[in-house]
Design a protein around this ligand. Structure first.
Ligand code: ZN
Ligand code: MN
Length: 132
């Protein structure tokens, strides 16, 4: 999440990865990002892409969406927002829905914890898959 900008240098590799993520709405996997990066930096390795994705996430420039141990997806928009995950095609959609700040306050009041953010994911079948 945000708040850690400026501690780590923005290298050319990171800039290329960031541009790719900022220009897609597909919430891609690291493998997908790797295929795109290779078109611009042919000799880059998958490991380097993974490492830079983690660094960009630490920098607060992107958001990692963790769906269990098997795979993560990456989002070029680091601001908190909600997602819908289609259980049929696996696509992840942004939802035009305001983030509920009230719930953070309520949890803080109930627990005495300090809430930074919350994640909310909706699961079901997307409209395209429903038509099939
Ligand atoms: Zn679908
Ligand atoms: Mn998103």
């Amino acid at each position: 999440m945000n708040g850690k900008k400026g501690f780590i240098r923005m290298t050319k590799q990171r800039k290329v990865i960031l541009d790719i993520l900022r220009n897609t709405k597909s919430h891609p996997t690291a493998d997908w990002v790797y295929e795109k990066v290779k078109q611009k930096i042919p000799n880059i390795s998958l490991g380097t892409v993974y490492r830079n994705l983690n660094i960009l996430n630490d920098m607060g420039e992107i958001m990692e969406l963790n769906y269990g141990s098997a795979y993560s997806r990456f989002d070029g928009n680091p601001e908190n927002h909600y997602h819908f995950v289609c259980e049929n095609c696996g696509r992840v959609f942004d939802l035009d829905e305001q983030v509920n700040k009230e719930i953070d306050k309520r949890i803080e009041e109930k627990t005495g914890f300090s809430v930074k953010y919350h994640r909310l994911e909706f699961y079901g079948i997307c409209s395209e898959c429903r038509e099939e």
